[in-house]
Each structure stands twice: as C-alpha cells, then as structure tokens.
Design a binder for this molecule. Structure first.
Ligand SMILES: *Cc1c(COP(=O)(O)O)cnc(C)c1O
Length: 768
C-alpha cells in the first residue's frame, strides 16, 4: 500500500480563514465567469464580497498559517484535514474611541454561515472531571461529565486540481440528559439553562497572541478539540482496511504509517496523553507499544521562545478536570527521565530542567517538554528560530535527541496573498511568465530577467500606484481620513506587542515630525505611516501603544507646518480582509522586532510578494528573505541575535542612549511632558518608564540605526525607477515563501508522504 492512503491531521486551536467567497472562485477558476454573471444581473462582485464576514477564528500569524496550510495541502493533493473549534465568537472587532481600543464581540454567525455543513451523525462525546479507578489489570476513568462535540465541515478546495479537503470544527453541545438526573419542578428550568455551561466550551476564542493565560475554560477547549478529533481519527482508521471495527482484531501497527498528526504549537498537546489513554486504557495495548505508536504519529511545531507564551498548566487544574491524563503524563515523564538519567548519570540538575513537571509555588506541567518527548519531529518556523530552539530553550532536549529537531520555514499561500488580493500585479506577472507560477512560486525567478525592462518597471510602479489610490479611497470612504497617495506608504500591521516594537516606529515618526518642525522649509520625502493591530484586552502596555499612535496622529496630522509631508494613521480592526487591502498598497513593510524574538513572521512575506520593500531586523524569516533577495535589496538594520546576547551579558542601559542621542532625548522628553497628550500630561508615563528602566526589547539600542536606515529608505524612494527595480528583485526572489514549499517539506520530511499536484483545466481557461 502506497503512502496515498496516509491521512494528515493538522490540529490547531486557530484557523484564521478570513472570507471564503473570492478564494473559492479563484481556486475553482470561476472568478471571471462569476464577475460576468453578476455584472449581467446588475450587481458588483466586489460589493457582494464586502458583505461576507471574516471567519476570524485566529489571533494572528499562527492562525493564519493554519489557514494557508489548508490551502496548500489541498493544492498539493494531500489527504489532509484541519481540525479545530467552531468558536461562536472569533477575534473581537476593534473599535477606536477617543484614541483607545474598545473590544466588540464578533458575532460572525449572526446571519448564518453558508460554507459550513453540520454533521450530527458524527457527534462525539468528550469526558471531563470524574476520577480514576485502578482495577486489577485495567484502569477506568469514571463519573465523568460528558459534553458532546458536534462537527461542522467546511470545504477546502485546492487550486484548480479537482481536490476538496475538509476543515472540521467542533461545536460543544450539552447532552439532552445534562443536569437532569435529579430534576424536580424547580430544577428542570435551571437544568435547561445550565446547558450553557457545557456549551460555553466553544463560545469564544481566547484573544491572546503569544501569551499564555492559564484559565480552566481554555484547558477545556484544548482537551475538547483533541478528544473529539482523536476519536474521529481512530474511527476513520478502523473503518479503513488497515483497521477493524472489532477491537480485539484491531492492530495499531500500521497506525503511524497511515496517520500523521501535526500539532500547531502546544495548544493541542493533550493529543499525546489522550492517544496514550485511548491506546492503553481502551484499546488495551501494552504501554511500550502504545508509546511507540504515539511518538511515531505525532509531530510538534514550536512558534515562540518568549517565556510568557509557553504553556505551563498548573497541576491543580489537571487534578480535577483530567485526572487520568495527569497520571499518564507523570508516567511518561518518569520513563523519560529514567532514560535521560541513564545517558547522563548523576546529572540531577539536567533531570530538573528536562522534567515535564515543574516544582515551585504552583506545580505545573510544561507542555512543550511533553510535546518534544511525545513527538518524532519538532520544528521551528524559520531557520534562525529553529537554531535558537536547539541552542537555548530546548538545548537539553536537542543534546538528548538531536534527530528530532528540524526547521520548516513558514510560508503564505500565493492564491490569497497575490492572485486574490492583488489581481493587477498577478496579471502583469502572468503577461511576462505565464500563470504556472501561481502553483509553483519559484517560477517568479523568471522576473529577474525583467529587472531592467523599462516596460515592466513602469507596469509594476503603475500597479502599485493604482493599489495605493484604491486604498486611499477606501480609507476616505470608511473613515473620512484623507491621505496623500503620492507619499511613501509606510505600513506596520500585526498584533500589538512590545517585542514587535511598534514603539520604535513611533519614535521614528516623532523624530520625523521634530525634523520638519526644525526646518520647515526643507524638502522631506512625504510619508504616510500606517500602524494597525489588535491589543489583547488584558495587555495594558499594548493598549497604551495604540493610544500613543492615535495621540501622535492627533498632533502631527493637524499641524499646518507639516502639511501632507507626514501623516500617522491607526488602521482600525486589522484582520485578514483588511490585510488583503493594505498589503498590495504598501511601499514599505515594517518588520522591526528585536532580533531573536519573532519566530518567523508571515506578514513580512505577504509584503515582499506584493511589491513592498522591507525595513527590518535580522529576525525570523527576514533573515531568509534577505538571503533570497540579497541583503542590498532590503533595508536591514540593528542588532543581530549575537549582539543582543552580548548586550544581555553586559547589561542594557537605556539611559545611556537617552543621554547621548539628542533626537531620542527630545522625543522621550516630549512623551514625558505631555506634548502628545496635552490634556493629560502624564498619560504616557508607563511607556516612558518602561522604555527607560525595564525594556526587555531594547528599543533605544536600535533607535539610531533605525533612523539612519529610514533616511536611506526616503532617499531611494525619490528615485522611482531604482526603487521599483528593488521591488522586482524582491518579488522575483519571494518564491521560497510559498506555503506550498513549506507543506511539501512537512510532507516529505515529517509526514513521510510525497505531495502530488495534478492540474486540471479550469472553466476560465480555454479548452483544447
Ligand atoms: C499575516 C497576518 C498576521 C501575521 O502578521 P505578522 O506580521 O507575521 O505578525 C496577523 N494578522 C493578520 C490578519 C494577518 O493576515
């Protein structure tokens, strides 16, 4: 039996899908036909598309990656399933009121969801709480509370290849007998009302990006998706010819060859103890056999090294909610540490460091450790990130099992992030090199023959200008803000986070403003700085950063001396559908995280593919973008990872930079004195205090290099032709960042399956 029968299961707590209508038309090759048909009906397809709600079942990069992967897995013809939760409320809608973020519930299902189909025939029970009975030779988890998992399927069409995969999202339903055991006249009504308690499991997405919040409801969500999905996987395995419905005859020998489970971060890490529980307690496999099956089936993708993001669940939550899983984790840990001790006899500190169980004021389970031990492959999401994992956070694990550690640099789907969002650019590319690049993005290299082609340079610049005019019109329509479409569009859109250093961008804006005010008659290259992104509702500093951006805008945008040479716009409610509008319009992409903190980034890739130049640090996938395009074709500045490490050893002193860089001092003094918050002079004292005395991300250390680099940006922008040549060089070398490449590598190097791509003539194409 060939690997064709292998099924890939991508488990993720997030699928940031955005809209589906246009993507479906693109992948089925129906876009022109539909445009024409609606036009004949007197309708405008673009207007119709705007009515669709975003499926915002994700926070940022991690969730969007899962969505891009579904598209690529279908396009590469893999038998792959996405499994997650059908949140009734996705990522909140962001309003800006008086310059502050206000969250509004995302009631995305209010008008129904035409893309999903409920499959009640595949409903599955999931157990919580209860206790464990240890019998003579069996273990039982009893007196549990049951919640039903109702699956909803959404089709995932591949790009013009006659393949449609499935994304299956679980919704929590209370069983009909829920809380009715001891009902009486009064209790009945309450029992029905209490069904909400069970159904709250799939109510709402936790809005944290790169941050761990140890709430019981979140742990319930994580177990809910894992337990339902594993039952589905095992049911499907048993009904295939490799398994058997008869438990006595079912051999799991073939399971790891037929099933691959990819864990998108540690969020679905309970898949490891849950698979062990099913195999040992229910299917009656020997522990060692079950462990072999589990490890060969599971693989883990790490998405961050930030300590505040790593999941470390307090043991007391496990003790009540998942008592059997806690026992299994202890057993896994004990056996693992025994092996480590055999390799490093006497090294007790190593055992402490590598244990899944962390001692302390609260005992915790380190889920990343569980994932590494329970998987046959562990990957980071960009080369530099994967190296950091081996050298620092997971060093002990790398020394113990080096063969497990891999890299899979992230990617984006060129269907949504070029063909769909930037048809003008896709068209002029196709005019030069044909359409095959859409599913074979390396073919963009052919554009390097056109770097000096006057006509192509003109076309690329023209498409960008059209995209900018369209986005400017959108902003004026929706938000009544007027921007100068001839200015440099300088864009930083991503979740608001200190490590992403939106504050460094703010300091640049303030510096530009001060320079204009200092020499009002000097020529300045006009800029429109756009910053957008959501702050986690409980993240005080992130919310202050939004208020700072809007406050700087209030001063700068209304200063007559400045005119239209500088504008600062906060882009409200950044989400997938807004990314599709702003990315094609950007001239400059801001990717300025402290080196060593951004695992990969995928926004950086979207901008590169859409003809923006990058100003960025040597962090995440920026490193590989610079390698592909040539470092001269990006604006790289600031400390490298080694510089940051060196500085950590010596100690970072923000005050030194403040004292020695007059323009930095001026900017900070303005923040301190209330220049940007005249009605509330001390408004930004927390920001100043953080930057001056406890800045983990060393904003000031990169300030000077960043400002100088931005001067180079402005200088080059004056020369449209030279600027556009670099743009073409970037587009032509962006092929590596297709998620098709990423998925082909996962398939070959982790899942042990060969991707196939069969193109079929689409309805839009002329047939022979
Ligand atoms: C791509 C994307 C992200 C990730 O952006 P980064 O700059 O890589 O953090 C976040 N949100 C949305 C809506 C996206 O489309």
């Amino acid at each position: 039996m060939g690997p064709r029968f292998q099924r890939i299961y991508y488990l993720s707590l997030e699928f940031y899908m955005g809209r589906t209508l246009q993507n479906t038309m693109v992948n089925l090759g129906l876009q022109n036909a539909c445009d024409e048909a609606t036009y004949q009906l007197g309708l405008d397809m673009e207007e119709l598309q705007e009515i669709e709600e975003d499926a915002g079942l994700g926070n940022g990069g991690l969730g969007r990656l899962a969505a891009c992967f579904l598209d690529s897995m279908a396009t590469l013809g893999l038998a792959a399933y996405g499994y997650g939760i059908r949140y009734e409320f996705g990522i909140f809608n962001q309003k800006v009121c008086g310059g502050w973020q206000v969250e509004e519930a995302d009631d995305w299902l209010r008008y129904g969801n035409p893309w999903e189909k409920a499959r009640p025939e595949y409903m599955i029970p999931v157990h919580f709480y209860g206790h464990v009975q240890h019998g003579k030779d069996e273990v039982k988890w009893v007196d549990t509370q049951v919640v039903l998992a109702l699956p909803y399927d959404t089709p995932v069409p591949g790009y013009r290849n006659n393949t449609v995969n499935t994304m299956r999202l679980w919704s929590a339903r209370a069983p009909n007998e829920f809380n009715l055991k001891d009902f009486n006249v009064g209790g009945y009504i309450q029992a029905v009302l209490d069904r909400n308690l069970a159904e709250n499991i799939s109510r709402v997405l936790y809005p944290n990006d790169n941050f761990f919040e140890g709430k019981e409801l979140r742990l319930k969500q994580e177990y809910f998706v894992v337990a339902a999905t594993l039952q589905d996987i095992i049911r499907r395995f048993k009904s295939s010819k490799f398994g058997s419905r008869d438990p006595v005859r079912t051999s799991f020998d073939a399971f790891p060859d037929k099933v691959a489970i990819q864990l998108n971060d540690t969020h679905p890490s309970l898949a490891i103890p849950e698979l062990m529980r099913v195999l040992v307690d229910i299917e009656k496999l020997e522990w060692d056999k079950a462990w072999d099956v589990t490890v060969r089936t599971c693989a883990y993708t790490n998405h961050t090294v930030l300590p505040e993001a790593l999941e470390r669940w307090p043991i007391h939550l496990f003790e009540t909610l998942l008592p059997r899983h806690l026992e299994i984790i202890y057993e896994i840990n004990q056996r693992f540490l025994d092996k480590v001790y055999a390799s490093f006899p006497g090294d007790l500190d190593r055992l402490r460091r590598m244990s899944m169980v962390e001692e302390g004021s609260v005992k915790r389970i380190n889920m990343a450790h569980l994932c590494i031990v329970g998987s046959h492959a562990v990957n980071g999401v960009a080369r530099i990130h994967s190296e950091i994992l081996k050298a620092t956070v997971f060093k002990d694990f790398y020394e113990f099992e080096p063969h497990k550690f891999q890299n899979k640099t992230n990617g984006i789907t060129p269907r949504r992030w070029l063909v769909l969002c930037n048809p003008g650019l896709a068209e002029i590319i196709a005019e030069r090199i044909g359409e095959d690049y859409i599913s074979d993005l390396d073919q963009l290299r052919k554009l390097l023959n056109f770097v000096d082609d006057e006509a192509f340079i003109r076309d690329v610049a023209k498409v960008k200008q059209e995209n900018k005019l369209k986005f400017a019109a959108y902003l004026e329509n929706e938000y009544k803000v007027k921007i100068n479409p001839n200015s440099l569009f300088d864009v930083q859109v991503k979740r608001i986070h200190e490590y992403k250093r939106q504050l460094l961008n703010c300091l640049h804006v303030i510096t530009l403003y001060n320079r204009i005010k200092k020499e009002p008659s000097k020529h300045f290259v006009p800029r429109t700085v756009m910053i957008g992104g959501k702050a986690a509702p409980g993240y005080h500093m992130a919310k202050m950063i939004i208020k700072l951006v809007t406050s700087i805008g209030d001063i700068v945008n209304h200063d007559p001396i400045v005119g239209d040479r500088l504008k600062v716009i906060f882009l409200e409610n950044y989400r997938v559908s807004l990314a599709e509008k702003v990315v094609p319009a950007a001239d400059l992409s801001e990717q300025i995280s402290t080196a060593g903190t951004e695992a990969s980034g995928t926004g950086n890739m979207k901008f590169m593919l859409n003809g923006a130049l990058t100003i960025g640090t040597m962090d995440g996938a920026n490193v590989e973008m610079a390698e592909e395009a040539g470092e001269d074709n990006l604006f790289i500045f600031g400390m490298r990872v080694e510089d940051v490490e060196e500085m950590d050893k010596k100690g970072y002193c923000a005050k030194d930079y403040y004292d020695h860089i007059p323009e930095l001092k001026q900017a900070i003094d303005q923040l301190s004195s209330g220049f940007f918050s005249p009605k509330q002079p001390d408004l930004f004292k927390d920001i100043v205090n953080m930057l001056m005395y406890h800045d983990r991300f060393k904003v000031f250390a990169d300030y000077e290099a960043y400002i100088k680099c931005q001067e180079k940006v402005s200088a080059l922008y004056k020369n449209t032709k030279e600027w556009t040549k670099k743009v073409i060089q970037n587009i032509g070398t962006s092929g590596k960042f297709s998620s098709d490449r990423t998925i082909a590598q996962y398939a070959r190097e982790i899942w042990g399956v060969e991707p196939t791509r069969q193109k079929i003539p689409a309805p839009d194409e002329p047939r022979e």
